[in-house]
Design a protein around this ligand. Structure first.
Ligand SMILES: Cc1cc2nc3c(=O)[nH]c(=O)nc-3n(C[C@H](O)[C@H](O)[C@H](O)COP(=O)(O)OP(=O)(O)OC[C@H]3O[C@@H](n4cnc5c(N)ncnc54)[C@H](O)[C@@H]3O)c2cc1C
Length: 354
């Protein structure tokens, strides 16, 4: 009998930051514009690919001689599913989502980082309340399965979609409800029938119990609305988890002619090259590397995906946003370079595994 996938409970001392080639075992058609990709993880990579429900992998995809980095959340759940699976929905005009859906077939090999992310269940036992829209159901589906299988928590999901045909995992969610009577309530909201979700729709889902834990994932306006409703009801922000698929606001890149040096010296090591430069105020480490002509890995540029993570080997930085690194990783010296700015006169950063 196949054994369930290991959970990332025992963390390796350092995250494997490299990219690995995984073979696609199966492609599952979920809806007209959504596919799941089941990935084969060889035994020697099983420990590195241990994950928690709600985490994601970042794929490195070469298209037309250019490398693109995109993150996709696991729709599978460790301790429940025997295989690792991600689910990709087409974004109109999107480079990578369309390429994956139109091109990838069983037997193909794709490059991916190891699982990362902090959009995961906490240790408490209060209700789990999730707000998902469109492809935002992917990590939520993983979390819901984990909560039902590994805890006794009750789970409520508000799941918004354009119309009935665009509901991903509709049948699987129904089956889960039947298998866990009284513990899972899924409310579908269809824009074509009821208009966009508003605060009146969200309100009844906000638990009065102070120990409820909230998860939000979907398009930016949906997420903003739900977050606003939770703030209005004074929900403790530490109980609210958000996973943004699109950056809220990119950090503006200062114009080179308008910036003074800040007094900090930034040294960056990447792929056998080491270079130093005087730091420009407001410029992130990632932007500084690019100013030096380096091309470090990066993807979301909003502190969510960890593709740009590097080791701080000297000095100190502050991160505007960190929605991707665990406390342990920060303790070990990892930083999200898309969010990190120096706070000491000398900073040295090393990109590892690239
Ligand atoms: C942590 C994380 C986890 C993610 N998990 C998933 C997942 O499980 N499933 C999934 O399908 N996607 C997921 N995404 C989004 C995914 O990484 C890509 O951003 C998305 O597939 C679009 O990439 P693209 O190359 O097709 O589009 P691009 O060529 O990058 O973008 C084309 C246009 O679409 C806009 N856009 C980009 N992403 C979106 C979006 N999600 N919705 C609407 N417009 C968008 C861009 O601003 C741009 O204008 C996740 C993102 C992050 C950061």
């Amino acid at each position: 009998m196949a054994t369930a996938w290991p959970t990332a409970q025992v963390k390796p001392p350092m995250r494997d930051h490299g990219f690995h080639q995984l073979r696609i075992a199966r492609v599952v058609s979920e809806t007209a514009d959504t596919r799941s990709f089941v990935l084969e993880v060889p035994p020697e990579l099983a420990a590195a690919f241990a994950y928690e429900a709600g985490q994601f992998c970042t794929f490195r995809v070469p298209i037309d001689d250019q490398q693109h980095f995109r993150s996709y959340s696991m729709s599978s759940t460790p301790a429940v599913d025997t295989e690792l699976q991600v689910t990709v929905k087409r974004v109109p005009g999107g480079v990578v989502s369309n390429w994956m859906i139109d091109t990838l077939a069983p037997g193909d090999v794709i490059e991916t980082s190891c699982p990362a992310g902090v959009f995961c269940l906490g240790p408490d036992d209060g209700d789990v309340v999730a707000f998902a829209a469109g492809s935002g159901i992917t990590p939520v589906f993983s979390i819901v399965k984990a909560a039902l299988a590994s805890t006794s928590r009750r789970v409520r999901v508000l799941y918004a979609n354009r119309d009935r045909d665009s509901i991903i995992f509709a049948a699987a969610l129904e089956r889960l409800g039947e298998r866990h009577p009284g513990r899972l309530a899924v409310a579908h909201h269809l824009d074509v029938e009821e208009g966009f979700v508003d605060a009146d729709v969200v309100g009844p889902f906000i638990s009065t119990g102070a120990d409820a834990e909230y998860f939000i994932c979907g398009p930016a306006p949906f997420m903003d609305l739900v977050e606003g409703a939770l703030v209005d009801r004074h929900v403790d922000e530490r109980r609210v988890h958000v996973e943004r698929f699109t950056p809220p606001e990119p950090i503006p890149q200062p114009e080179p002619e308008n910036v003074e040096a800040s007094g900090s010296r930034v040294t960056i090591e990447l792929g056998g090259r080491t270079d130093g430069v005087d730091h420009h105020p407001g410029t992130t480490i990632l932007q500084t590397a690019r100013q030096m002509g380096m091309t470090p890995p990066s993807s979301c540029e909003s502190g969510s995906c960890a593709t740009c993570m590097a080791r701080l080997v000297e000095g100190a930085v502050t991160m505007h946003v960190n929605d991707a690194l665990t406390d342990d990783e920060v303790e070990e010296g990892w930083v999200l370079t898309c969010q990190a700015v120096p706070t000491t006169s000398s900073v040295r950063v090393r990109y590892e595994g690239v």
